[in-house]
Write a protein that binds this ligand. Structure first.
Ligand code: GUN
Length: 294
């Protein structure tokens, strides 16, 4: 058996086409959805991510602005930027690219973002709302994973989902979203003993560890759906995920590639969250919560 490849780029296109229609509708009403991204310092990978986010916004007709600040920017100055963007009615979503330089307090910066502009969904208010199922802005990567599973018709209710990784950005919110969808969820991490015992029992396996090719085919349950959140750069310069694609695809029923799997969906969900923020600001939002909205 060789697994079906889940094409995140193609799924993204479906969402982005629908978003474009919604952006046009907002523009007709005089509201252009706007995303502001702040990047501090010159981390090369972050610069690429930020550029891709800005391009994706512009491609569907949204306003985007990138504020690139020097690495020695003070925390106070960064907070002033955030406060000014909070007060700017042309900006519906604010994203501060992480990681920030070491002299900054990431949490204090995230908490300064107005929760209704926190399109990353990292603010305490949005994280807390996620836990009780009502977040406006589910964090983009785990939300993208859920949308991919839905698009592929993967049944989640009653299944055993195993998440490897417990980060605030991916692992924890991913577990919450899978739980909400009715899975029995196990979260594994760097201190988990006998990781394979858990992964071999996963109907849905989400790898978000940040360790190249760590999940090998012998760790995958035959017929499982494998989602690879990792983006690692090998010494050769080649990108690879946390899953050893070649061995895992021989065992899994479906698998996401790297690149071209979860990555494009993360940016797509950022567009969706920003659009929803703009619709809400324009009084056009359908309802609270995200259940039926992507
Ligand atoms: N750095 C890596 N992933 C992310 C993300 O999803 N949001 C932000 N703000 N920074 C990141």
């Amino acid at each position: 058996m060789t697994a079906k490849i889940i094409d995140g780029k193609a799924i993204s296109e479906v969402f982005r086409a629908e978003y474009k229609v919604r952006v046009d509708r907002l523009i007709e009403r005089g509201v252009k959805p706007g995303l502001a991204v702040i990047i501090v310092g010159d981390d090369a990978a972050s610069q690429v991510y930020v550029r891709n986010k800005a391009r994706a916004c512009e491609a569907i007709g949204m306003h985007s602005e990138v504020h690139a600040l020097p690495a020695d920017t003070s925390q106070e100055d960064l907070l002033t930027w955030v406060n000014n963007l909070n007060a700017n009615s042309a900006i519906h979503g604010i994203l501060v690219q992480l990681p920030l330089p070491k002299h900054m307090d990431d949490r204090a910066v995230i908490e300064a973002i107005y929760p209704m502009k926190d399109v990353d969904g990292f603010h305490y208010a949005n994280m807390g709302a996620l836990v009780i199922d009502e977040s406006w802005f589910p964090p983009c990567t785990p939300f993208g994973v859920m949308q991919m599973l839905a698009h592929e018709g993967v049944e989640i209710e009653g299944k055993h989902a195993v998440v490897i990784g417990r980060s605030n950005i991916v692992g924890k919110p991913q577990a919450m979203l899978l739980l909400k969808a009715g899975a029995t969820v196990t979260v594994c991490h760097s201190k988990t003993k006998d990781l394979k015992k858990f992964t071999r029992d996963a109907d849905i396996l989400v790898a978000a560890i940040g360790c190249a090719n760590m999940v090998t085919g012998d760790m995958v349950k035959p017929g499982a759906v494998v989602i690879d959140v990792g983006i690692n750069r090998l010494p050769t310069g080649k990108l690879c995920g946390d899953v050893d694609f070649e061995s895992a695809k021989l065992v899994a029923a479906a698998i996401t590639p790297v690149p071209g799997g979860v990555g494009p969906m993360t940016i797509t969900m950022l567009l969706g969250n920003t659009l929803r923020a703009a619709e809400r600001a324009a009084g056009m939002a359908k309802s609270a919560g995200f259940t039926m909205m992507a």
